[in-house]
Every structure is written in structure tokens, then in C-alpha cells.
Design a protein around this ligand. Structure first.
Ligand code: ZN
Length: 253
């Protein structure tokens, strides 16, 4: 099995790993910081360097044995130690975008009683469909402005973003901050990865996030459309900011 480093170390962008086995078109690693894509967050891009040279990461494949990293270029051999790097600029943009969507869920839930139906994201762009308890509260042009202002306040508040692993019953015992329509807890798991914007939003989530809402930095609400029956679609955009220096694990040189 692959240890998923991104779950606890989202700022890790360079790492070493060992090839557990070669698979069709790629390799399975003993550990990886690559995010393989899930929950609306696109998969990382990056590179894997072994003795034969550097191969580009083109995607990931999940199967019963775990996750394979798909490669284009020289393939490392089984048992080989490889150096890996993910495209940090893109990943950091996705971390900010993903956190901003949780921020949006938190503000829309707290201020308007909205729950999230679905969402998607690309680097620096996101879309959220949500359902509102009081749909008339958000009609009119000022809604987008008011929302943007509330989001700016939460960014300035530098709320910590925490990750924890909880038994499902414990996660569900505190529904106060859950902003999604369905509880999104798959059956049969003995622990749930929970991402919390402290005091604002709490979700079962597999993605990568920035450590503080302050890092979301500049954000705009670019569209606010009715989807009928109390449903709205919001689009947001973030400005690019220079990412902080990524972390490299001690073994990666
Ligand atoms: Zn999420």
C-alpha cells in the first residue's frame, strides 16, 4: 500500500519513494505526496526521476491494489528509489482554491442557511451549486458584493484550517458545521479525514488545503445565477500569488 503523504503534509512537494511494483503504464510507490484527484480537486502533475531518467506524471489509476502513478518517459524498475516532484505552483493554486470553496460553503451556510449540492474546481477557479433556505435573500445584485465582503473578512481573520482523523460516529455527532447536503461519509470506513476551517466549516474531505484562510488571499465572486427551486450557482476566481517555498522531505536531494 502507498502511504499518502499529502493527507498530512500538503506543503510537501519533493519526496523520495521506492517503487513497490511496475504496473501497466506506471508504478506503484511506497509513499507519495502526489494528490491523485478526488472530491472535485484535480490530480497533481509532476515528475518521477529514477536511474533511467525523468518521466512525466500523466495521471493516476485506482484499483483494488491501491493507486498507480501513470508515467510518460523512462520507467523506473521495481525496488528502485526514485525522486519525485509535484508541480508546486499549480498544486498551491489548487490548495487555495479548494480552501476558498470550503470558506464559501461556511459563509453561505452560516449567513444564508445554504447547503452545498455540488462543486468543481480548476486552479484559481471554482464553482459551487447550493440550495438555500431563503432564496429571496440572495436575489439582486448586492448578494455577490455582500458575500465577497464576508469572504474577505474570513480571509483576514486568518482562521486555521485543520485536518483530523475521526471515527464516523464522532464526526456525525457534531453536525453544527457540516455545510453539505449529504453527510458524505462513505459506509464502512473506520476513520474519516475531516477538514475544518476552525469555527466556520467542517467536511469529510480527502483534498489538500492551505493552513490558514489568510493564504486564500484575493478572491472574487464572478457569477451568481439562479438554478431554480431555491438553487443558486456561484463562481469564484482567485488571483495568483507566489507560492511559499515548498517542503522537501529529508531524503529528497
Ligand atoms: Zn473539499
Amino acid at each position: 500500500m502507498t502511504t499518502l503523504l499529502y493527507q498530512t503534509e500538503p506543503y510537501l512537494a519533493e519526496f523520495t519513494a521506492r517503487v513497490l511494483e511496475r504496473t501497466d503504464g506506471g508504478v506503484r510507490l511506497d509513499r507519495m505526496a502526489f494528490f491523485p484527484g478526488a472530491g472535485g480537486q484535480p490530480a497533481d502533475t509532476g515528475a518521477v526521476t529514477g536511474q533511467a531518467g525523468t518521466a512525466e506524471v500523466t495521471g493516476f489509476r485506482r484499483d483494488d491494489d491501491g493507486i498507480a502513478v501513470l508515467l510518460d518517459g523512462p520507467q523506473p524498475g521495481e525496488g528502485e528509489q526514485v525522486r519525485c516532484a509535484l508541480d508546486w505552483d499549480r498544486r498551491y493554486a489548487l490548495m487555495r482554491t479548494h480552501t476558498s470553496l470550503h470558506l464559501l460553503a461556511g459563509v453561505v451556510g452560516r449567513d444564508y442557511g445554504g447547503v452545498i449540492l455540488s462543486r468543481s474546481m480548476q486552479p484559481l477557479r471554482g464553482r459551487v451549486d447550493f440550495e438555500l433556505a431563503a432564496a429571496d435573500a440572495v436575489s439582486g445584485e448586492s448578494f455577490g458584493d455582500r458575500l465577497e465582503e464576508a469572504l474577505r473578512r474570513e480571509i483576514a481573520a486568518a482562521r486555521p484550517v485543520s485536518v483530523s482523523f475521526l471515527p464516523p460516529e464522532e464526526f456525525l455527532s457534531r453536525p453544527d458545521l457540516i455545510r453539505t447536503k449529504t453527510n458524505q461519509v462513505p459506509a464502512g470506513l473506520d476513520r474519516i479525514r475531516v477538514v475544518e476551517i476552525v469555527g466556520l466549516d467542517r467536511q469529510a474531505d480527502g483534498g489538500t488545503h492551505v493552513a490558514s484562510t489568510r493564504e486564500v488571499a484575493a478572491l472574487r465572486v464572478t457569477a451568481n445565477q439562479s438554478r431554480g427551486m431555491g438553487k443558486r450557482r456561484l463562481r469564484i476566481e482567485l488571483d495568483r500569488v507566489a507560492p511559499p517555498r515548498p517542503r522537501a522531505d529529508a531524503l529528497a536531494r
